[in-house]
Design a protein around this ligand. Structure first.
Ligand code: ATP
Length: 323
């Protein structure tokens, strides 16, 4: 490869800027030309592509979001759109791509590289942490720490009232943010999509606590949990315990924003560096991940098929600690 393009796609996550910076600077170090593709695949289709210099990525490592912006691209789902995108790469001589995004973005990359023979390397950029082939994803650490800080604040006010507090966190169909933030804040219950929610046990627990005059009850709920999130769980509890004062906080998009934590900046820098190294070594269509603190490559095909699974051990530990 001699000219590479980098893009961020799908949902943004804190640390994407650190990854862009690492890709650009590592590419330049090796004498490559580096292009930034704006708004994910949409910018590739629309020819919104800019030359990147070392200074283009100055002073961004600490910033949330992504300077390249991100988008979902309908056109890229179609062969015609991908053909247009490829023509835009070709006219600049771009012969390698780094895609920072989630599994949808990798699915797109896989299709694209199969059709047009362009090597693609993926970096897992998602707050949900549900990618196979890696222990960490860019953005999870920041998101979960934001959730912890928010829940800590809610706990302060909880102490003053006799209430059941439900906090809904993000994660789509994965429970990592809920499990980790729930453990870190000592939640009485953590509801995640990976396990069946035993609502009877929760109601029983709350009733027992009511009898013992235990005032504080914190329930952390993943948005993808089987009842459908915090408000739905609250509905069920209110029906069953009409006297309970149930309050719901949906943390929402604050979990996506903010300055990336040290961990996310380091992870993104590490992965960004190896994305370019692996393109130079002729690796194609792989995702760069980290397993046991070592760089690990997973074929994109496998990365999009499998999901990272929460260990059953964690679920057991959580139950013991919350009892
Ligand atoms: P997040 O995890 O935040 O949702 P993601 O990468 O999974 O991120 P998606 O919206 O699923 O986000 O995918 C991003 C873009 O990738 C899509 O808008 C589309 O342009 C492209 N893409 C996804 N799946 C495919 C596919 N099967 N074929 C072609 N392009 C695809």
């Amino acid at each position: 490869v001699t000219k590479i393009g980098v893009l961020t796609s799908g949902g943004d996550s804190p640390g994407m800027n650190a990854a862009i910076r690492a890709v650009v600077r590592t590419g330049l170090f090796h004498g490559l030309e580096v292009f930034g593709i704006m708004r994910g695949y949409q910018g590739m289709v629309e020819d919104d592509i800019i030359k990147m210099e070392s200074r283009s990525v100055a002073n961004i490592i600490q910033r949330g979001g992504t300077i390249l912006k991100t988008a979902r691209s309908k056109e890229f789902f179609e062969h015609e759109g991908r053909k247009k995108a490829y023509a835009n790469l070709q006219k600049r001589g771009i012969d390698g791509l780094v895609i920072i995004g989630g599994d949808g973005s990798f699915r797109g990359a896989q299709k694209f590289s199969a059709e047009f023979d362009i090597p693609c390397v993926g970096l897992p950029g998602t707050i949900d942490k549900d990618m196979a082939g890696t222990d960490v994803t860019i953005g999870f650490d920041t998101a979960v720490n934001t959730a912890v800080q928010a829940i800590d604040k809610i706990r302060d006010t909880m102490d003053a009232h006799d209430r059941v507090f439900i906090v809904e966190v993000m994660g789509r169909d994965a429970g990592y943010i809920a499990l980790h933030s729930g453990i870190a804040t000592g939640a009485e219950n953590i509801l995640i999509p990976e396990t069946k929610t035993d609502i009877e046990a929760i109601i029983h627990g709350l009733t027992e606590k009511e009898k013992r005059k235990k005032l504080v009850n914190l329930i952390v709920v993943a948005e993808g949990e089987e009842f459908g999130g915090g408000n739905e769980v609250a509905k069920v509890i209110r029906q069953r315990m009409p006297n309970a004062d149930v309050r719901v906080t949906v943390l929402g998009h604050i979990q996506r924003g903010g300055a990336p934590t040290c961990e996310d900046r380091v992870v993104a820098s590490h992965m960004g560096y190896y994305a370019v190294e692996s393109l130079l070594l002729g690796r194609r269509n792989v995702m760069v991940g980290v397993i046991n603190n070592k760089i690990h490559y997973t074929p994109l095909e496998k990365a999009v098929k499998e999901k990272h699974k929460i260990g059953t051990e964690w679920i057991k530990i959580q139950k013991i600690l919350a009892s």
